[in-house]
Design a protein around this ligand. Structure first.
Ligand SMILES: *[C@@H]1O[C@H](CO)[C@@H](O)[C@H](O)[C@H]1NC(C)=O
Ligand SMILES: *[C@@H]1O[C@H](CO)[C@@H](O)[C@H](O)[C@H]1NC(C)=O
Length: 318
């Protein structure tokens, strides 16, 4: 073959390889353009991370940057790290912009969640957003879960692929929790709505909780029983949190909350209980359509579809 022919063959081969790589990566990453929604995150003020939170573990792996408006949390072979809110909240809107560790991060878990397990060890509530690093780089998935009043024998997990690369930029992860429903949102798109059904009061989180932002080693837990453990060759794993929003009704954890009394009939009710107004009672049509989009395209696990796991599905699944 003449040199020019060889070059031509090579460039055609190169083109084919590029096309294949492109196809495979877009196929694996589930990247889509999300529908437009009115951003709920615009309705609430940002709180400096160092004012809203204190260090709960791995203090030496936590740094506050930009005058406290941002925090980085690291996981290395000695420790993970975590922040806990300085206040406890009974209902509210809670949000963080999070940039996940880049590179290979199987077994790494970044959690943004609410819990009161420290105050109610036997009947605690929990609302979880967990970002799970997987066996392939940039293949993070999001898991949401809810426990209420100690219902830990029934995990109510749902898992989604993200429609973007969460290690490249900051994306918003939010929880709206009020007397009507608990809504999980990613970049303001609702991905899950868990309604407060008076028929089963015991499965709705109904006591004040603290908010946590953590990074930890979930090798055993998050990766099919340790199939893809954390590889510390790639440590430290660093996650950044900013644009924190903590707009809730601050509460004494041991008081028994009376749902509608929080902030009722006070002119400052919005400050005391910012998410019980009529605009937060239900999702808008636009939000419902966006949620349908996310669930149709990106949800790959819901406990409500897990027939092998539940002989009798939990009541809210019917
Ligand atoms: C930095 O944070 C402090 C509170 O910790 C605040 O009073 C001050 O205004 C902030 N400075 C700037 C430049 O934002
Ligand atoms: C929550 O659990 C406690 C203790 O187990 C129980 O007394 C209470 O009735 C439960 N609350 C609901 C709403 O089921």
């Amino acid at each position: 073959m003449a040199l020019w022919q060889q070059k031509q063959v090579l460039s055609v081969l190169l083109l084919i390889i590029l096309c294949l790589v492109n196809f495979v990566s877009s196929h694996e990453n589930h990247f889509y353009t999300a529908p437009i929604v009115t951003p709920l995150t615009d309705s609430f003020p940002h709180v400096q991370v160092d004012l809203g939170f204190s260090k709960s573990f791995g203090a030496s792996n936590i740094q506050f940057l930009s005058n406290g408006s941002m925090a980085t949390l690291a996981l290395d072979k000695n420790s993970g790290s975590g922040l806990v809110s300085r206040s406890r909240y009974y209902y509210g809107f809670f949000s963080a912009a999070i940039k996940l560790p880049s590179g290979l991060s199987s077994g790494v878990v970044v959690a943004f969640y609410m819990s009161n397990a420290d105050v109610f060890p036997h009947n605690h509530d929990e609302i979880d957003i967990e970002l799970l690093g997987h066996d392939k780089s940039n293949d993070w998935v999001i898991q949401t879960n809810i426990y209420a009043n100690g219902s830990v024998s029934t995990g109510r997990e749902e898992k989604f692929y993200l429609w973007f690369n969460p290690t490249e930029k900051f994306h918003h992860y939010s929880i709206l929790w009020n007397n009507y429903h608990t809504v999980f949102l990613v970049d303001n798109i609702p991905v899950r709505e868990f309604t407060h059904n008076s028929k089963y009061p015991s499965i709705y989180p109904s006591k004040p909780m603290s908010l946590y932002a953590t990074i930890w080693d979930g090798s055993e837990w998050a990766t099919h029983g340790g199939k893809y453990p954390v590889n510390y060759k790639y440590a430290p794993f660093v996650v950044s949190f900013t644009d924190m929003e903590l707009s809730g009704s601050k509460s004494n954890p041991t008081e028994t909350p009376v749902p509608s009394s929080c902030g009722k009939s006070l002119s400052s009710s919005l400050l005391l209980d910012p998410v019980n107004g009529p605009e937060f009672m239900k999702l808008s049509q636009q939000q419902i359509e966006a949620m349908d989009w996310a669930r149709r395209k990106l949800m790959f696990y819901s406990y409500c579809n897990d027939r092998p796991r539940f002989k009798v599905l939990p009541p809210e699944c019917h």
